[in-house]
Structure formats: C-alpha cells, structure tokens
Design a protein around this ligand. Structure first.
Ligand code: SF4
Length: 341
C-alpha cells in the first residue's frame, strides 16, 4: 500500500488549529462550546486530547471535519489548516460542510472512528460491503480490487478468517471485532490523520489493550498521525506523544507525555492524574474523584473557569481575571495564575 510517508516525512506539519471558537445556537441563546483552542499536530505523531465530558474535545475535532450540527457556528477568527498528501494546504474553515473539497479530505485524508461501532455500521449491509464502499469512495479501484483490499485490511487489524467475516453483518461480530472492523474501514482510504473519539471506552480492559496495540502497530506501518480523544489519562499514557488537557472549551495545559505525567502544572491535570486507577496503590488508598461537576457552558464561571473546583484557588484573583498562557518550557504551556509572574 502506498503511504503518505512516501512523499512526506514524519514530523512535517500536518494540522494547525488557531484560535478555534465554536458556539451553538440554542433556544436559550448562543452557547460557547470551544473558546480559543490552539493545537498543532505533526505527521506521524499522536496527540491526546483529554478532559471530562463537555470539555470541548469532540467539538474541536468535528470542526476539523466540518461535521458539526447545523446549529454550530465556527467564529470568523478561527483557522484550521491541513497539509494534504499532494502538498496543498487547505483552510478547512473556508469549506462548506457539503463541498467536494471537504468530502475529499473527509475519509480520503482524515478518518474518524467512534466509541460505538454499531452506530457507524449500517445493520443491513455486510461488513465487507461497507469497507468496499469506503475504499471505492476514495480510491480508483475495481470491485474485485476493492474486495481484495478489504479482506487484506480485515486481516491486518487481526480479524481471524477475514474472508468469512467479510460476508458477515455487523451484529454477527463481537464488540472488539466490530471495533477492529471499524478501524479497517477508517484506514482503508490510507488517511494521513485518524481521529479516534473515545475508541476504547466501550471495550473491556483486555480488548482495549489489544485495540491500542493495534493502532500503534498500524500507525508505525502506515505513518499516519492520530488525535486520540479520551476522558482517561491512563489510556493516553499508552499512546500519545503530546497531550492537551481541555476544560470547559479551552486548553488548560499542553505538553509532551513526559511533561504531563512527570511534571504536571495545572491543578486540573493533577486531579485527573490522581483519578487514574493504579495496581499496587497503597493499602486503603482511595481513588480521588475531582470535586464538583464541570459547569454548564451557559453558566461559565468568571475569571479562571476552573476556580469553582480548584483547591489552589486564589480569592479575588482567580474568580476575577482570566489567566494567560505561561510557557514552562518550549513545548509545555499552562493557563494558571500559580505560574504567572
Ligand atoms: Fe486554580 Fe487559580 Fe490556577 Fe485557576 S488560575 S487553576 S483557580 S489556581
């Protein structure tokens, strides 16, 4: 299979998101969901996006594919540039959601996998049929060639007896096998970027580990970049090169995997780390739950939006002013007054 790395090298720029702001029109008014997100991803690298539900992780990445619902507004100041395989640089925010340009990028350059594969597969077509359809939408191959590629993809993702599975319907496959089949659909167009939105959350721990290993192997083989979205820092530790921690629509800390796991700065990141279950934790040790709930975006707290849950809260500062980005090292940034001079 021809890979994106044939012409473009690992570490080349792939995706740059600048000042991304997304709001939703609702009956109660305009609700901000993503507020000034800046992210960049290099070819062949894995970026972990971490945060609780409602932090804006999925909305940020759906914006990259122009897959947001009609009620969404991407603000004019936002920019999402994507470096295509042919060397073109596409400004994704300039494309209409149904335009041929974004359709080419969706699937052909960027693929998406979800938490629940059953909702991505149609129950009335065989798995093979659906993989073939994805292949033929983006590659100029005959039906016979597409069938060969589809069976090869099923075998690459570790599905035993791929010829038989090719003819089966999604409900005939186990949860882990469906997730593997969905990965094969996503990878069948040889994307430069795979967006994996909580892909292992619905799986038990053993299958979860198998799927993570599979994604790492395929990344190595195909040279694609991955954005891995999860609420679980434990999962991200196994796969990400860089990590962005999101809270209420913004990035509160960003750095390498080493920075986030060995030198975390933001109180929210520290809380997420304390909430990871660990084998051999001291006797009687308890998992630490993060106090309180993520506030509704309709009732966004003033100042630092984490101040309502923060144990380090500085009165009359954290609830009044918005902290700016502080550079801890060239790759490591944090938004918190504890580090502002
Ligand atoms: Fe906590 Fe203040 Fe830092 Fe926000 S700015 S995380 S409230 S210490």
């Amino acid at each position: 299979m021809e890979t994106a790395e044939n012409s473009l090298a690992k570490g080349d720029p792939l995706l740059e998101i600048k000042d991304l702001k997304v709001s939703f029109k609702t009956d109660e008014g305009i609700v901000p969901a993503v507020d000034g997100v800046n992210l960049s991803l290099k070819r062949g690298h894995t970026l972990g996006l971490v945060g609780e539900s409602g932090s804006g992780k999925s909305v940020s990445t759906w914006a990259v594919l122009q897959l947001l619902p009609k009620s969404a507004i991407i603000h004019k100041s936002s920019s999402i540039t994507f470096h295509c395989k042919d060397g073109e640089i596409a400004e994704i925010t300039s494309f209409k959601p149904k335009s041929p340009e974004i359709r080419n990028i969706r699937g052909g350059e960027i693929s998406l996998i979800f938490q629940e594969p059953m909702s991505s597969f149609s129950p009335v077509y065989t798995v093979g049929n659906q993989i073939m359809e994805a292949i033929r939408a983006h590659r100029n191959v005959s039906k016979e060639e597409a069938e060969g590629i589809a069976i090869d993809m099923l075998s690459r993702v570790g599905i035993p007896n791929p010829k038989r599975r090719f003819k089966q319907y999604p409900f005939e496959l186990s949860g882990g096998m469906r997730q593997r089949a969905m990965i094969s659909v996503a990878l069948s167009s040889n994307p430069s970027l795979l967006i994996a939105d909580e892909p292992t959350t619905a799986l038990d721990v053993t299958i979860q580990a198998q799927v993570l290993n599979l994604m790492k192997e395929l990344q190595e083989e195909l040279g694609m970049a991955i954005i891995f979205i999860t609420h679980n820092l434990g999962v991200i530790a196994q796969i990400a090169d860089e990590i962005a921690v999101m809270y209420l629509g913004g990035i509160v800390e960003q750095g390498s995997r080493h920075d986030i796991f060995h030198d975390p700065k933001h109180p929210y990141t520290m809380n997420l780390l304390r909430a990871i279950p660990r084998l051999g934790k001291s006797e009687g040790g308890r998992l630490v739950a993060i106090e309180g709930q993520i506030p509704s975006p309709m009732e966004r707290p003033s100042g630092c939006c984490f101040h309502t849950r923060c144990s380090e809260y500085i009165p009359d500062r954290c609830n009044v002013n918005v902290p700016q980005i502080t550079q801890i090292s060239p790759e490591h940034t944090v938004r918190c007054f504890l580090y502002e001079s």
